[in-house]
Design a protein around this ligand. Structure first.
Ligand code: A2P
Length: 282
């Protein structure tokens, strides 16, 4: 097929040529969708091709979106994939009335998405001082950046042990569970790197499950420490480093708890013992 013909391709209500000129005018990349996976009626993941010049630090987010009339409609999305992957993966909710996700949930392989050129964020190991254990605590789609950080070899150079917790309402919302329980352990590089150094700790708040309840409660009640074989139910400011990603209320509660335990929030310019980012919702 000639380039001319492929540019006449219709993507949603626009032609590829229209999308390309909008991307150029707004200084955005226009990237092809290569994979879509629906976890539940409310959650899905998708991948786009990664532009050669697109660089990011594992854990960062970027703006992605679709054409909406005469302008692009963009929302922040954490990147699920680590910074060495050839594609960019995202994890999203489907909000029926959400301006972007109501349309995004119908994505198909071969569609195109806008991608902004400047990724950013604070859920990066650069914003944390070195430590012994890295606790990555996420709720809902807040798991996304944690999956990126987990698969960055720098993370394993900086920390001896990694714990990922994921709290959701119903068990079926434990997206990436099979990946975290099985696939990563069979991975050529990470299988070895994570052996005896990685714990995946899912919790479910509104259904029967072996580790039931909000992670905040499980930490405070001591169940979390007991399940992990840790001494005491407090984070040790000398050795514990924490990444938090979830709803506003969750982030706020986690931040107060960590501050009570004597941990200090870090940033890119001033690394600390914990970092926080809101899980973005379209
Ligand atoms: P819960 O079912 O008790 O509200 P959501 O889908 O609302 O973003 O929530 C995702 C998960 O995060 C749910 O399991 C929810 O528990 C939990 N959660 C919500 N707010 C908080 C909070 N402030 N502290 C701890 N967990 C929370």
């Amino acid at each position: 097929m000639s380039i001319g013909m492929s540019q006449e391709k219709t993507v949603g209500s626009a032609t590829l040529l229209e999308l390309q000129s909008m991307a150029e005018a707004r200084k955005l990349f226009l990237q092809r969708v290569t994979w879509v996976h629906h976890w539940t009626n409310g959650l899905f993941s998708f991948r786009i091709e990664r532009p050669d010049s697109f660089r990011f630090r594992s854990g960062e987010f970027v703006m992605i979106g679709l054409k909406d009339g005469e302008r692009p409609l963009l929302r922040a999305y954490s990147i699920v994939s680590p910074n060495w992957e050839e594609h960019l993966e995202f994890f999203s909710v489907k909000v029926p009335e959400g301006p972007l996700t109501s349309r995004l949930q119908h994505l198909k392989v071969g569609d195109y998405l806008f991608l902004s050129k400047k990724p950013t964020g604070t859920l990066v190991t650069d914003a944390l001082k070195p430590g012994k254990r890295l606790f990555m605590i996420g709720t809902g789609t807040g798991l996304a950046p944690l999956l990126s950080v987990l698969r960055d070899t720098e993370t394993h150079e900086k920390f001896d042990e990694i714990i990922i917790t994921h709290t959701v309402r119903e068990e079926q919302e434990l997206a990436y569970r099979n990946f975290l329980e099985e696939e990563i352990h069979a991975d050529e590089i990470f299988g070895e790197l994570l052996r005896d150094r990685f714990t995946y700790y899912p919790t479910v708040t509104r259904g029967e499950f072996r580790t039931r309840g909000r992670i905040t409660e499980r930490i405070q009640l001591g169940d979390f420490a007991k399940d992990l074989g840790l001494i005491g139910n407090r984070f040790n400011p000398q050795t514990a480093r924490v990444m938090v990603c979830g709803s506003m209320a969750f982030n706020k509660d986690m931040a107060s708890m960590l501050e009570e335990h004597g941990l200090k929030e870090g940033s890119n310019s001033s690394p600390g013992s914990f970092v926080i980012e809101r899980a973005f919702v379209g």
